[in-house]
Design a protein around this ligand. Sequence first.
Ligand code: GLC
Length: 542
Amino acid sequence: MADFKRSVVYQIYPKSFCDSNGDGVGDLRGVTSRLDYIRDLGADYIWLTPFFKSPQRDNGYDVADYCSVEPMFGTMADAEELLREAEKRGIGLMLDMVFNHTSTAHEWFQRAMAGEKKYQDYYIFREGAPDAPPTNWQSKFGGSAWEYVPKLKKWYLHLFDVSQADLNWDNPAVREELKNVIRFWQHKGVRAFRFDVVNLISKPAVFADDPTGDGRRCYTDGPHVHEYLQELARDTGLCENVTVGEMSSTSLAHCIRYTKPENKELSMTFSFHHLKIDYKNGDKWALQAPDLAQLRDLFATWQEGMEAGGGWNALFWCNHDQPRVVSRLGDDEKYWKESAKMLALCIHLMRGTPYVYQGEELGMTNAYFEDIGQYRDVESLNYYRILQEQGLTEADIMARLMARSRDNSRTPMQWNAEKNAGFTSGTPWIDVPTRKSEANAEAEKQDEASILSFYKRLIRLRKERDVIAEGDIRFICDVPGIIAYERTLGNEKIAVYCNFTGESIAVPANGQRCLMDSYEDVPMMKDGRLTLRPYEGIAMAD
Ligand code: GLC
């Protein structure tokens, strides 16, 4: 069985992980210095978000040179050392390939701006009047997705920030350039890749307005996306590597196609539908309580659907774009530990490859910033302005940012309870949250009942029991507030019951032996009924 099915990936946001030189910004040598921590956790791969040369408008997702290291993060020698040291510990590095767009500081874009036709064809330029963008599409970070360049009398497309210009994948020269980037890193020994918003790479043949939406239906999972991914994999031998595609607003049918082994595209996909259950009317910036029934239905659909179609999911709650899950779906005060552990159990025992985002294993919470001056993220700052223009009160805007800002997950990794959480000896580029200083690696390492120890046991369990990596999945027990499922492989069976509410709930249950309980306690089982305490998560074996 493919190794990625048994693996766990640990995601590092280098800027916020560990600062080795006291400049307040995390760096590659900082990551190297903490490799033993990741080995002890049991992770097999480290996904590093981009550390390539970049003006950092979007913290590295605006790449100016895919084959060099941003000086803020260190040198190429530091990257090579990290790779070697990780390999020594049996850990592979997964690099983040941002291939939908480059920074406008990239040489290709600069040459396009200087008038070179060859490089204009690397991007998506359209003629047009300065007051009439080619389509009504909206940027994912707010405002129009088109920017006018007066000296060229042309617009260019940017689905993200204005400094992130979309590449033209229909141009074979672009595809060749990007293959060379992969080869460059493979040659250095990299054997895993994440592809940023890769289902947006194939734009439609004809650019037209979206009559009802923001344009995403026009370019998501576009006409040649499968063909381009197959070509990329074929020409670079990516099928020998572990690959994951980040899929924005995708569908189950497409994710099956992206990940079915015989299609030779990707090992697995990230999809995000389960993280929109608290978006009111689908709007990230409008708050509502999480719709737990919808959450359960989405998991059931995607888990059972990917199994039926022969696809493979990446499993995750957290990443550098999402608020912290314990603050979002758990209770980060009264049931902090219980809920953080329940959430871990729920996601890790599903069918797919789990991803742990730095600090999640410690139960790190949202930032709870109270001042706009504390925010750093380009999307958050754009929306602060947009929501102001919409006439919202300051208090309302701040409440929305507190719940939704990407900076919630970008606060410094909490290594200890000392100043700056042990992240830096200087001034951190972003504040450490004032709540939950006990969520730190040093304290949790000593404590058998900590969230960290629970994650370690959970990761170990995956290696010990084939049913977790290989078993079938069926969702059971349709009780409001509960997510429960069974995994089966031959005679081996595991049942998982998770209470997503702050109330006790009794459910019909069977299973003889408790494998893990987020209360670190004996489950309350009697006469075929299991009473789940607030935010209790239990895994039972037959
Ligand atoms: C992905 C990244 C995000 C970035 C965006 C544009 O969604 O995860 O951080 O801003 O792509 O590259």
